[in-house]
Design a protein around this ligand. Structure first.
Ligand code: PMP
Ligand code: GLN
Length: 381
């Protein structure tokens, strides 16, 4: 068989989680909590399964859940949506991104992504016959390099994929940057996918500048989020995508033939929980900030260098003072095998990683005792 994705192997998340399991290491690699989502949310799934909510959901998602998503968005970002024409529930943010890419990208089109770049974007673009143009974020803060972005835009550019808060760096795109972007693409036929799965994981009082709150950008955007991150249930693979009606129509043409719909009892449970607990999203920043602060405080006793992450549940650390001789892929493997803590090397998210990149990503969506154990091991390195 002639591979359609010849350069794609097994994802780093699978590789590192497997290595962690093999070595009995603490798994701070793949991004998922080691604690459960709210008990009432989990009980609601059981209730709906027993109540017989087990057949196909509507293709566009359960009305009650779309209404809750629209209510949350109005509360958080001040945008009033038509939940029938603009909100679609999907089996995970990954499916939403895949469908949006297939709906937009034609053979020969260019798609701008920022490196380091989440690993599901490029294969989706390639399967659509498009080509990713990688624009590196500038170090050390992983900010958009506006000159390089401008230079990458041309008449073939069909799509730009934004991700804020950014995986793996945690960097945030500001409202002022969204304004700059709007001005930059105003005269082009360019659409956006805004991957905002970590929208509620922002720290130190910083606001999340959502594309949903930006009139001009929203008119050409698919905005994607994930209940998995927000409700600590990554294994539920349930997300949503919000877009103006004309874009939503095209997305749904793809979505109905990729999976048709999301999982019914999960959607019922999420709708119940969101309606009973609108405060959940408001409490998330403090919840994860205390984990970030604990992890960072404990790491001060180590030889890793870092700046506390502004968003996401990932903390980058520089290990050059410890093993400058090792690449980050080697370092991640060594740390897992020799010190019992698994992480994600950052270079794998680059088309061309900077030569001297010595960064690892740790996921701090973990119980306090896990973070303490991990930090104790890391302080001994
Ligand atoms: N985008 C980013 C930036 C992510 O980190 C993740 C996953 N964790 C996803 C998308 C996918 O989300 P989901 O699990 O809902 O498909
Ligand atoms: N998004 C998660 C991370 O960045 C991983 C999701 C996956 O395993 N595909 O760690």
């Amino acid at each position: 068989i002639v591979s359609k994705l010849p350069q794609v192997g097994t994802t780093i998340f699978t590789t590192m989680s497997q290595l962690a399991a093999e070595c009995g290491a603490l798994n701070l690699s793949q991004g998922f909590p080691d604690f459960d989502g709210p008990q009432t949310l989990r009980e609601a799934v059981c209730r709906h399964v027993i109540a017989g909510h087990n057949q196909y959901a509507p293709m566009i998602g359960l009305p009650a859940l779309r209404e809750q998503v629209a209510a949350k968005i109005e509360r958080c970002y001040g945008r009033r949506l038509d939940e029938t024409r603009e909100v679609t529930i999907t089996p995970g943010a990954t499916e939403a991104i895949f469908c949006a890419v297939q709906a937009l990208v034609q053979p020969g089109d260019e798609v701008i992504v920022f490196d380091p770049c989440y690993d599901s974007y490029e294969p989706a673009v390639q399967l659509a016959g498009g080509r990713c143009v990688h624009v590196p974020l500038s170090l050390p803060n992983f900010a958009i390099d506006w000159e390089r972005l401008e230079a990458a835009i041309n008449s073939r550019t069909r799509l730009i994929i934004l991700n804020s808060p950014h995986n793996p760096s945690g960097a945030l795109i500001s409202r002022a940057e969204l304004d700059l972007l709007a001005a930059l693409i105003r005269d082009y036929d360019i659409h956006l996918i805004s991957d905002e799965v970590y929208e509620h994981l922002v720290y130190d009082g910083a606001p999340h500048a959502s594309v949903l709150a930006h009139e001009e950008l929203y008119a050409r955007a698919f905005v994607v989020s994930s209940f998995g991150k927000t409700y600590h249930v990554t294994g539920w693979k349930t997300g949503y995508v919000v877009a103006p009606p004309d874009l939503t129509d095209e997305l749904r043409k793809v979505h109905q033939f990729v999976t048709f719909c999301g999982i019914t009892p999960l959607q019922w449970a999420l709708a119940d929980y969101m309606s009973a607990h609108p405060e959940h999203v408001d409490e998330l920043p403090a919840f994860y900030q205390s984990k970030r602060d604990l992890f960072c405080d404990l790491l001060k006793g180590s030889r890793f260098a870092f700046t506390p992450t502004p968003g996401t549940y990932f903390q980058l650390v520089d290990y050059s003072a410890i093993r400058d001789d090792l690449s980050d892929v080697e370092m991640a493997e060594w740390l897992t095998r020799e010190h019992g803590v698994a992480s994600i090397p950052v270079s794998v998210f680059y088309q061309e990683p900077p030569q001297d990149l010595r960064l690892l990503r740790f996921c701090f969506a973990k119980r306090e005792d896990t973070l303490r154990q991990a930090a104790e091991k890391l302080c001994r390195v």
